[in-house]
Design a binder for this molecule. Sequence first.
Ligand SMILES: [Zn+2]
Length: 200
Amino acid sequence: MNKAFPGVMRKLIEEFGRMPGIGVRSAQRLAFYVLQSSREDVASLTNSIREVKDNVRFCGVCNNLSEGELCSICSDPSRDRSKICVVEGPSGVIAMEKGGVYRGVYHILLGALSPIDGVGPDELKIGELVRRVKKEDVSEVIIATDFTTEGETTALYLSEVLKPFNVKISRLARGVPAGAVLEYADVATLQRAFEERRGV
Ligand SMILES: [Zn+2]
């Protein structure tokens, strides 16, 4: 990195550079953006970061983002607790909710299996899902992981570990094209994929 930058500037670029998807050039651009912003804007940004860290956590049941012990879906008494829809991340919940056809609850894995990246079952919230299926009165688990290699691998693995339990296991239909990430699927496609879900 350019040694001509003051130390604190280099430090900020380094911090931004650790963020996902941010390379050195983007990190420098963000640091210059901060430098040129007003004091108020910078205060608002740092406050937002602190508030997220202080107030947002993972739901104690489903791992969705939450401001309390339970997320808004787990604490909604009108949701059907006998159905659990499994997604990779909180953005999967947002995608499914946009469809508006699903009234059950969720389980967020916080990732997908990826042996190349060293992500195995223990790195994901799979044990917690199995415990929920064992303990709660669950009739159906709908696997809505992405239609990527990692998502498909995860779906296959989940259908294996859930097989011993007396629960219907289904996978979203392939209305969503191969390689597609749930988050970017349009509402109609997602609704159809949900309605045409198949047992696995
Ligand atoms: Zn929850």
